[in-house]
Write a protein that binds this ligand. Structure first.
Ligand code: C2E
Ligand code: CA
Ligand code: CA
Length: 643
């Protein structure tokens, strides 16, 4: 058996193997995958027909059959080139709706095909037969090959100039793929013996290429068998490149990290598999991706499909799992992302996906469907930057604190102050405290940050002897998240004593919220009270705190939220009329926030409030500003009163 024949048989066998293996595997739904399969198919057919041609040439078939074989072989060869070309165009996202590129990249293969058909042996242009009936290729055959070669040169250029976000390594790999074809054509034209050997070389390269870039394994998640994040991003990118509308439902198991600490991996995996089955059954027509340990994405064609699926899943996925007699409580977050309605930029969409993949428990209720509309992803980006700034501030001990005076009716002077944290961004502008505090809470960095704020407040109080300047106590905010820290009480006591501040001087303001761990907060508050500190319930009236909560918690002060003060002043509610006497009867002292004018003062005075805080007296001030304010205010009030 001669070399050529051997090479062709080996190639045919190999391509057949690769093609059928690939066919049996789960395939990512991209154009790229389809063309690669077609390419493998063409390579296989080409190798098979080449065997046939060689055999019929060797064993003396009729010239007619020989010609028919040649035509078929030629066509399969062209098919190899065309499918590879289309594959490369798919890789470069050039198969889109743009008519110009459509013409350039679609017409080229058709021209090549025509050229070849015209060069077919039947027309006798590219082949000549000698007296013995042996066939020879002439110069026109080589012209045809050179046209093919040019096509690949164009492909090579496209890979390097097109604006795709591939790494140089990946572009290099595609270029090699094209180069081996260019070499094959050159060997073919030069009728070199290398041509046969090169067939084997191509096999190796195409296999390596397959494993490195095209293999479905790269896109499949081992535990669930779904496509993984790589696959998801790949599909997403293609959809955006071709502007194909889609809708995506993202489902995340909430608090998965703590789940991991509580339950064994085996149990969680079982749940994962069961959830997977429900997905498969419920999402007919949708493609499921497992894009993070706790997050799934289901790609659908329309928004209404995504919503239907959401309701179906909400019904079917239980919140309590019984796995091997272990009860596991699972909560889920659902997000819906529709392209192009919710943003057209790929990066923006990926940001939104990141957003859906991370915890925002404080914002969204479990089971609710969240629409990842315009702006949501940007928010996620900013949040990450701020989270980073918070970490830096903790490390550099660089959080700033400002002070807002609190006025006492009884003393007719400033007797208290609230410590308010301040964080600056990259341009040294202040970041909205509510915003960064919330992020710190979600990242649990509030524990460290809170201690730092507390210590800075103590240093400020000790250094400036504020308790000798008419100040009776200092209010510091405490986030419910900090209450979950077991060492909180000891730590605060230690810090205060280190700076010589008696705990009796300290008021801790705590905001009630729907989400916190009520029990932990309550226990911590009792422990804190034992140290002598006083507790103030912050933001009363914003919706979360109820009267029964105040009565059940060890609270000494209640801070009426500014919104309640303002709406009362505008006559929009009468709530304070009933509330204030009730609180007074329970022995609580009342601080009214958001006092901006004398009308507000009068109202609170009538209602027998105890303290006032607001811009009427002062905005939060920096340390030197506050000290100056305090001296001036308390002094002039005093002298005013004496006069
Ligand atoms: P908060 O505890 O309710 O603080 C009072 C907020 O109301 C402050 O906003 C203050 O500047 C503002 N305010 C006071 N009087 C008036 C007024 O008359 N009119 C208006 N329009 N606003 C007034 P700030 O400093 O932006 O703080 C916002 C929130 O951030 C705080 O609300 C608190 O929940 C949180 N926060 C600030 N510092 C800390 C901290 O050190 N730790 C914790 N856990 N939270 C903090
Ligand atoms: Ca407060
Ligand atoms: Ca408040």
């Amino acid at each position: 058996m001669d070399n050529l024949l051997f090479c062709q048989i080996a190639s045919a066998g190999f391509y057949a193997l690769l093609f059928f293996c690939d066919l049996l595997k789960k395939q990512l739904p991209t154009k790229r995958t389809v063309f690669f399969q077609l390419f493998l198919c063409a390579m296989m057919l080409d190798a098979i027909f080449s065997i046939d041609v060689i055999l019929s040439q060797r064993y003396g078939e009729t010239v007619m059959l020989n010609e028919a074989m040649l035509v078929v072989e030629l066509l399969t060869q062209v098919a190899c080139c065309v499918t590879l070309h289309l594959y490369i165009m798919a890789v470069a996202f050039k198969l889109g709706k743009n008519p110009v590129t459509m013409v350039i990249f679609g017409i080229i293969p058709v021209c090549i095909l025509l050229t070849f058909v015209l060069l077919s042996p039947w027309l006798g242009i590219a082949y000549e037969f000698d007296q013995l009936g042996h066939m020879h290729r002439n110069i026109w055959y080589n012209v045809g090959q050179i046209i093919l070669l040019l096509e690949f040169v164009i492909d090579l250029v496209v890979i390097w100039v097109s604006d795709i976000k591939y790494t140089a390594r990946r572009r290099m790999l595609y270029s090699f793929m094209i180069l081996i074809f260019i070499l094959a054509i050159i060997f073919e034209i030069s009728n070199s013996t290398l041509s046969a050997l090169w067939q084997i070389g191509m096999i190796f390269f195409i296999y390596i290429f397959y494993l490195a870039q095209q293999s479905p394994d790269f896109y499949i998640d081992n535990t669930t068998g779904y496509f993984n994040r790589n696959g998801f991003l790949e599909v997403l990118y293609e959809e955006v490149q071709y502007q194909i509308p889609f809708s995506c439902l993202l489902v995340r198991v909430r608090d998965f990290t703590s789940m991991n600490q509580i339950y064994s991996a085996e149990i969680l995996q079982k749940i994962q598999l069961e959830i997977g089955e429900i997905f498969t059954e419920s999402s007919k027509g949708g493609i499921i991706y497992h894009i993070g340990s706790s997050t799934y994405a289901i790609m659908l064609r329309s928004r209404s499909n995504a919503e239907v699926l959401y309701y179906r899943l909400k019904d079917r996925i239980s919140e309590i799992w019984n796995i091997d007699d272990v009860m596991v409580n699972h909560e889920y977050s659902y997000y819906e992302l529709t392209y192009p309605e919710y943003g057209t930029d790929y990066e923006e969409i990926v940001q939104k996906i990141h957003y859906a993949r991370s915890d925002h428990e404080a914002h969204h209720k479990a089971g609710e469907l969240i629409h990842l509309q315009e702006g949501v992803g940007k928010d996620a980006e900013r949040r990450q930057e701020i989270a980073h700034l918070i970490e830096t501030a903790i490390m550099d001990n660089s959080i700033e604190i400002h002070f807002q005076p609190i006025f006492s009716f009884e003393e007719d002077s400033i007797t208290s102050l609230e410590v308010l944290a301040r964080l600056r961004d990259e341009n040294r502008n202040y970041i909205n405290p509510e915003y960064f505090i919330r992020i710190a809470e979600e990242n649990h960095t509030i524990v460290q940050l809170g201690k730092q704020i507390f210590e800075k407040a103590c240093i400020f109080a000790g250094k400036n002897h504020i308790f000798d300047m008419g100040i009776e106590e200092m209010s510091i905010n405490l986030s419910p998240e900090q209450c979950r820290d077991e060492h909180l009480t000891e730590d605060l006591v230690e810090i205060a004593s280190k700076h010589g501040i008696p705990m009796e001087r300290i008021h801790l303001e705590i905001t009630e919220s729907e989400f916190e761990d009520k029990k932990a907060v309550e226990e911590t508050l009792y422990r804190l009270k034992e140290t002598g500190a006083k507790i103030a319930l912050d933001d009363f009236g914003t919706g979360f705190s109820t009267l029964s909560n105040i009565l059940s918690l060890p609270v000494d002060y209640v801070k009426i939220d500014k919104s309640l003060v303002w709406s009362f002043a505008e006559g929009k509610n009468q709530f304070l009329n009933d509330l204030m006497p009730m609180l007074k009867a329970e022995g609580k002292q009342i601080i009214a926030e958001g006092i901006e004018n004398t009308e507000h003062i009068d109202i609170i005075k009538q209602l027998q409030g105890d303290y006032l805080q607001g811009y009427y007296y002062s905005k939060p001030l920096s340390e030197p500003e506050f000290l100056r304010f305090l001296k001036r205010f308390n002094h002039s009030e005093k002298s005013g009163a004496e006069a």
